[in-house]
Design a protein around this ligand. Sequence first.
Ligand SMILES: [Zn+2]
Length: 185
Amino acid sequence: MSNVFQDIKDRVDLRELVRYYGLDVNRGGFACCPFHNERTPSFKVYEDHFHCFGCGAHGDRISSDFGLKLFDREPATPFKPSLKQKNELNMWLFKSIKIINEYIDILEKWEKLYSPRSPVDNVDERYLESLHNKGYAEMFLESLKHGDDDEKRELYYEQRDYVRKIKERLDKLDAVSRKPHFRAV
Ligand SMILES: [Zn+2]
């Protein structure tokens, strides 16, 4: 049996295969998981693997895994989209919005405070940080606040590192800002 799948492996786009099995994959690549019962999609189909954030079903050996799993599968066990998971996501959104907001505020301050006054000025690193990072942070904040459920879930599962890094950046600032290092303007 594995030979058959070996055969179609590499030739079949996983999203197409998944659609063939009747799963409705949305724009974000999420579908309702075929391995457990659910109403909101938490089954993410990537180009070369799939992962269910609800029940943990996972395949990273391309499409063959998906076919095998489906043929092998046990009757789906009822899955309650747990309140705990929803709460965790909401808590994370709430905290992340606060963190990114604060970071954007700081970047805006820096942009004004440290913009070069003359062409011979050394460009301040904080000014550069603002130039480089503000646009992305604003876009990220926008998705945190106004993204649809899929986008928010995706941020939560795949972009937590970004928020963690910004948090670390802010924490570092707290320590530094205790020292009176701000130059007089
Ligand atoms: Zn699942």
